[in-house]
Design a protein around this ligand. Structure first.
Ligand SMILES: Cc1ncc(COP(=O)(O)O)c(C=O)c1O
Length: 385
């Protein structure tokens, strides 16, 4: 296996922490019921800033260096309170650039503190305004970039170097680690870089590999894949994935199926993953695991399925793994959505407080119908990325 350990033992001393980006390990899930399938998780949490976003952070910065959009002494500007900001702060800081992040004020405190600790400047703005308002985080970042000499506005939602990172690294790594035999890959969509990059690579290198979307309930993406119609976005607690628009970087035509996962099930899956397998993963990884398990358990024939641990659960100790937060949301810390898959007693509370048995909500949607017009600009800030 051409995995992280074999590479690391060959070259024990790295020239830079940036050389630790990528070549992440793959771990098989063995203690949670996968039906007839084998399920593997790629631990993107092993990247230096703790998420899959280190990969596009590096390619977006290096593409801008290569074509002259970012020069020595320049400033990297992005609207993000999520993992992209951490990746940019890491790569930008290591390369000697100033990094300025525009952050909506409701965003996760741990991530903001982490970015500041790496030397990033953080501008906090309102989270109660939408696209078009001058204080909306993406509009404000664009304005700051325009007014800052030597600024490079990253714009992960439309920057082609974002999916390129996954097309040239994550996709090939998965296929190599799986000895060229992968039936399905389960991903989430924030900016769309992961889906589009891995999906494009697999379309060419392994056409049998199906791309499956794991989406938080409330996001417009899974219903859009099902019906071709753009609905109204709700709200969700999972961070980093789910959208209220279709980002230009998200090629939804690559998808075969989409699952909408309630927050309570995502959080419970992240907790079960830690208890059962010892893998500390964030809330979105819980969404991906829940969707992967639904997919696996629905298969009649054995399949080889891969999903991602998108980021470390250490970023969410105060939420996913905090009984007080769970109680405030009306969720039971002792519910085991993954560990007791056949139980009909698990009930998931929506943020509005209604409940329903999760097994009745297990929707698996084929992308059958033609799509309606795609809005390509954000309607509202939804979650950090
Ligand atoms: C925390 C987190 N951020 C971002 C993403 C998605 O990344 P992208 O922006 O490539 O769609 C994921 C994907 O699953 C995620 O879990």
């Amino acid at each position: 296996m051409d995995g992280r350990l074999s590479g690391a033992t060959v070259r024990i001393i790295m020239a830079s922490v940036l050389d630790l980006i990528g070549n992440t390990p793959l771990v098989e899930v063995t203690r949670i019921d996968r039906g007839a399938c084998r399920l593997f998780l790629k631990l993107e949490s092993a990247n230096p800033s703790g998420s899959l976003k280190d990969r596009p952070a590096r390619t977006m910065i290096e593409a801008a260096e290569a074509d002259g959009r970012l020069k020595s002494g320049g400033t990297i500007v992005e609207a993000t309170a999520g993992n992209t900001g951490l990746g940019l702060a890491l790569v930008g800081g290591r390369k000697g650039y100033r990094t300025l992040l525009v952050v909506p004020d409701k965003m996760a405190r741990e991530k903001v503190l982490h970015a500041k600790a790496m030397g990033a400047e953080v501008v906090t703005t309102r989270s109660d305004v939408g696209k078009g308002h001058p204080d909306y985080y993406q509009d404000l970042a664009e304005t700051i970039a325009r007014r800052t000499p030597g600024a490079f506005f990253v714009n992960q939602f439309a920057n082609p170097a974002n999916p390129q990172a996954h097309e040239t690294t994550t996709g090939p790594e998965i296929l190599r680690q799986m000895d060229g035999d992968v039936d399905a890959i389960v991903v989430g969509v924030g900016s769309g870089g992961t889906l589009t990059g891995i999906g494009r690579f697999m379309r060419d290198a392994s056409p049998k590999t199906a791309m499956i979307l794991a989406d938080p309930e409330g996001s417009v993406l899974a219903p859009y894949v099902e019906t071709g119609r753009m609905g109204q976005a709700g709200s969700w607690a999972v961070e980093g994935i789910g959208e209220d628009f279709v980002p230009p970087n998200a090629d939804l035509d690559l998808l075969s199926h989409a699952f909408a996962i309630p927050d309570a099930e995502s959080f419970a899956c992240a907790r079960d993953l830690l208890r059962a397998e010892g893998v500390l993963a964030g809330s979105s990884s819980g969404t991906l695991l829940a969707a992967a398990l639904r997919y696996c358990r629905a298969q009649a024939a054995p399949k080889r399925v891969v999903s991602l641990v998108c980021d470390s659960g250490a970023k969410y100790l105060s939420k996913v793994f905090n009984p007080i937060f769970l109680a405030q949301e009306g969720w039971s810390p002792s519910s085991h959505a993954c560990a007791r898959p056949t139980s009909r007693t698990f009930r998931s509370s929506t943020r509005a407080g209604t409940s329903s048995a999760w097994s009745t909500r297990a929707t698996c949607w084929p992308p059958s119908s033609p799509r309606a017009t795609i809005p390509t600009r954000p309607l509202r800030a939804r979650s950090s990325r």
